[in-house]
Design a protein around this ligand. Sequence first.
Ligand code: PEP
Ligand code: MN
Length: 290
Amino acid sequence: MKVVVPNKLAMKRLQETKVKRINSDQNTIIDLNDVHIGEGFFTVIAGPCALESEELAINTAKAVENAGAKIFRCSLFKPRTSPYTYQGYGIDGVKLLKLLHDETNLLLETEVLSTDHLDALAGEADILRIGSRNMDNYELLKAVGKTNKPIILKRNMSATLEEFLLAAEYILSVGNDKVILCERGIRTFENYTRNTLDILAVPALKELTHLPVIVDPSHSTGKSSLVPAASKAALAAGADGLMIEVHPDPLRSYSDGEQSIDLPTFNKLMKDLSEMANLLGKKSSTPVLS
Ligand code: PEP
Ligand code: MN
């Protein structure tokens, strides 16, 4: 996709940044064991909202791998609105990450909620995630910036694109330029959906920055019935990939079951995305999408 670089007045605070796009051919592409994330590729990250048990982790990982996903969502720490709901498997879950590495060829990504767990998580995970609530936790951003891991940075639900990019700049500013931006929906007056997917954030971010941009169709919609449409819209808008919540039995999920798609829906979606990606001339990190 050829992008237009905005003129200097577009966002003054971005002028001196490392995240800023300098020309239309400048694209950061992250290559992890031959899985590419960035312009020209389409990469799917999938897995449950949170790891609940060894059985769920292994079964879901193998199923999404068979469907063509290359990266597994392995959240061990959950930022929940209520402190009385499931908070995640916790740091003991690092042993599940080890097991998943032994049993599958998937890359593993996990959310870092606090610097307390950073070394243990970075020791096993391939990609670290900063969730939307921590997008402006600048000390945490600098701490993950000092690791050599790719970082998925989710947009805060009330952040402008400029604020989002300046948060990414905190990571780049301390030496880590492997940042993947994730649009996950913003708060608006509409409440049928959990958030409002800001679909134009995708091409707008592509104009403003050379960093990869992916979309989370699960937290942006809050409804499993809308996840396929949001996923296809993201691909059509130029996203470099998706992060999708998938659960073998969504109604029994400990968290976010209402927005998690089941395995048959995920399989069908991967086939549809594959056809679309071919039409759009996107290469894929995944056999099913090539
Ligand atoms: C998540 O991806 O697990 C999550 C909690 O999403 P967000 O940070 O976008 O709310
Ligand atoms: Mn979730």
